[in-house]
Design a protein around this ligand. Structure first.
Ligand code: 5GP
Length: 190
């Protein structure tokens, strides 16, 4: 039977830890006209205070994660600063087939794999105004130790080199401006 619904868009948002992806996402999701749905990833990292299993992530053991990889259940996956993160494949497909626009918030390595599989993906890299500002934001968040912050800042410098592979680069200096820019990008493709 023919499915009359237009398939939803696939969007990828990447950017260094602390750049404000989560806040940008929350703001975007408030705009119901974007018909945006967040794909909840799977991770082996520890839950942070305030996080809920199934909302921010599905928190799993390394063993369970590797089973998902072996069964080809993930659209992509990558290791990031010592933990594994991946996107459940079927959920993304189901949502897109229902006409929903699906947002993936994933790291640059994982994104590279999606670029190969899904050529029409809308890719957006969110960059910080500077590395120092990024460090300040991570410190301000107060959820990571200084060691983890250092690891994430050094990962960020490498991640920034990947921004050239993205169709759009948005600098998150002022939150409202970054959100508006992304809103316009999505609207233009809907
Ligand atoms: P955090 O530990 O701060 O929640 O996330 C660390 C990094 O992992 C972020 O850059 C985030 O975008 C990325 N990430 C989250 N979910 C996924 C995923 O499913 N796949 C990949 N490749 N990266 C992810």
């Amino acid at each position: 039977m023919e499915n009359s619904k237009k398939k939803g868009l696939l969007l990828i948002m990447s950017g260094p830890s602390g750049v404000g992806k989560g806040t940008v996402r929350e703001e975007l999701m408030k705009d119901k006209s974007l018909n945006l749905f967040y794909s909840v990833s799977m991770t082996t990292r520890n839950m942070r205070p305030g996080e809920v299993n199934g909302r921010e992530y599905y928190f799993v053991t390394k063993e369970d994660f590797m089973k998902q990889v072996a069964n080809d259940n993930l659209l992509e996956w990558a290791e990031y600063v010592g933990n594994c993160y991946g996107t459940p494949k079927d959920k993304v497909e189901d949502m897109r087939n229902e006409g929903k626009n699906v947002l993936l918030e994933i790291d640059v390595k994982g994104a590279e794999n999606v670029f190969k599989k899904v050529p029409d993906v809308i890719s957006i890299f969110i960059a910080p105004p500077s590395i120092e500002e990024l460090r300040n934001r991570l410190r301000g968040r107060g959820t990571e130790s200084e060691e983890v912050i250092n690891n994430r800042v050094s990962a960020a410098s490498k991640e920034l080199e990947y921004k050239k592979f993205y169709k759009y680069v948005v600098i998150n200096d002022k939150l409202e401006d970054a959100v508006e820019e992304i809103r316009q990008i999505i609207k233009a493709r809907m």
